[in-house]
Design a protein around this ligand. Structure first.
Ligand code: ATP
Ligand code: MG
Length: 198
């Protein structure tokens, strides 16, 4: 069988509803069999992540519950050092070949428009595009334009004004963030007081 598989990487600090909607719309538009959520191990472009790797993974697992087309991969959290997407793709491909030696995959890398804008500065972007097709989901307030050097499937949606930063701030300030994340994730954040003292 030939699978069509999406990859959505991120800090997921925490995962929120726009992540899930971006994954869903990419799945629908490109007829993907499933989408891997891949929490970053140690995002090199940020000073630090606020929640622990375990907490970010646990929230991704909670968010994926009940969606059989969503899977959580630990390839990046299991690797020591900075997370580079070129490694994510090669590790996922290695896992896939081990698990399904008789099947093949067409890979799709899903990016929000802000991540896509920085894509030319990533490690080995040309190499990445040899192995995956790029799928970009528009994000409010971003350029939302296709880059000439790195063509993509551009999915233009009205979009969602949601970010993890917004969730962390709301949690810290004791404001509600229930409408920004799945209920199970909201409960996890509250039970573990995740962003109270960032
Ligand atoms: P932070 O505010 O901490 O940067 P974030 O909301 O941007 O968090 P990330 O984990 O940085 O979330 O993003 C992971 C991926 O999801 C990136 O490709 C990003 O562009 C995409 N993404 C996040 N939020 C949205 C959104 N509201 N619309 C479209 N894409 C999004
Ligand atoms: Mg971000």
């Amino acid at each position: 069988m030939q699978f069509r598989i999406g990859i959505l990487g991120g800090s997921f600090d925490p995962i929120h509803l726009a992540h899930l909607e971006a994954a869903r719309i990419a799945r629908d538009k490109l007829d993907l069999d499933f989408v891997y959520l891949v929490p970053a191990g140690n995002p090199y472009h940020r000073d630090h992540v606020v929640a622990s790797t375990e907490a970010r993974l646990a929230m991704c697992e909670l968010a994926a519950q009940g969606h059989d087309w969503l899977k959580v991969s630990k390839v990046d959290t299991d690797r020591i050092g900075n997370t580079y997407t070129i490694d994510t793709i090669s590790d996922l491909a290695g896992e896939f070949t081990r698990d399904f030696p008789n099947d093949s995959v067409e890979w799709f890398l899903i990016l929000g428009a802000d991540a896509y804008k920085n894509f030319p500065q990533w490690k080995q972007p040309e190499e990445i595009t040899k192995n995956v097709s790029i799928v970009v989901v528009s994000r409010p307030g971003e350029d939302n334009q296709e880059l000439e050097l790195f063509p993509c499937h551009f999915i233009d949606v009205p979009g969602w004004e949601i970010s993890s930063t917004q969730v962390r701030l709301a949690a810290k300030n004791n404001e509600t963030f229930d409408e920004l994340v799945p209920t199970s994730v909201s409960q996890y954040i509250k039970t573990n007081k995740l962003y109270a003292n960032q």
